[in-house]
Design a protein around this ligand. Sequence first.
Ligand code: SF4
Length: 436
Amino acid sequence: MTTPIPFSEAFLHYIWQFKLFDFKDLKTVDGESIELIRVGRQNDHAGPDFSDARIRIGGTLWAGSVEIHKKSSDWLVHQHQKDKAYKNTILHVVYEHDQSIYRADGTTVPTLILKNKIPNQYIERYWALETNQQSIPCEQQFFEVSIHLKKMWLDRLVVERLEDKTAEIITCLEQTQYNWEVVFYQFLARNFGMKQNTSAFEALAQSLPLMVLAKHKQDLFQLEALLFGQAGFLFELNGEEVEDKYLQKLEKEYQYLAHKYELIALNASSWKFGRMRPANFPTIRLAQFAVLIHQSSHLFSKILATQHVVDCKKMFHLELNGYWDTHYRLGESSSHRKKRLGSKTIDLILINTIAPFLFVYGVYKGEDRYKKRALELLQLVKPEVNMVVAQWQNLGMKPHSAYDTQGLIQLKNKYCRAKRCLSCAIGHKILQRSSS
Ligand code: SF4
């Protein structure tokens, strides 16, 4: 019975890429000498694992691909013998050799065995990360890595996070023939929904064209009728007599506008009110969204023209109409209280919508100044407060702005959770630190 190999192929790729094995006096399984000149470039797409390698085998210099497997028989398991892309493989690197591999012309694929050539320290350190069940598997070793390296890595991750968001925004832009205002409106609406009502706000923005709202932007009452009606909050009344005069008026107005623009309302059950403070109820958010549209046209163009974060924030100081001073929900009166978007909510809008749009715009236009502004904006916004950030704080990180927290969130969500320690600069340092 064969013993299972206790690590992934990705680990062997890593060992090969950084030449972390004893590469003196290397020989193929057939006894030919191997001299590594270039290990090649890692290939993330289909085809051999490394391309453009330079290796001297038995005195002949070869240029081509390197394929890596845990066992040589994996070549056949993966059916490479039938794939032309592997024709140019100059070396098969395996941990264990259990079968000779031949090319289509009958010649042997030179094979190098790594077993007994990888220092134990790498296997042990990798294994410690791989088997750790904590949500940040390196938490024991995290303190050994310098803050300088961590900061450099986080700088890269903030950009990576914005790039990830870029892909999503670009897809929506393509669907709207690059109508920046419409896509910005849709993303902003999602952001107004916060965590609980993101999908409902998104569905609302998709069912209610910005063009319709723009036609009525001078009239806050009509904007509310459109938004609340389309959200399903007025449709729910279905002609019933209600005592609330304002609500009655909204319903009447919506019926007229819905008919005019052939709108089909969402179902009010899509909206969540549970486990949130009344000031965050979707009804309050919708009223604030109506005011935002009422106050500003061509929002995205305005954002592009705004140079200072303070002015950007001012756009979200939204004064609701008097009805909302005594209501959290339509038709249900409450004690008098002014409702405003809290500074944390405004910061989240800056982080999740404004900064990514500035960044994408810079990418699209090929103008670095917008990308720079996106990063500067994050540096001027307070650090986020959430469980992920708290975990990093427990490990000694001290975020000073949203720029720092965005990097930390990317690290946790895209690397630690997926155990991508081999692709992480911190993991890299932990694996390769010199032994004491
Ligand atoms: S991905 Fe990086 S930071 Fe996360 S656990 Fe692995 S080594 Fe640590």
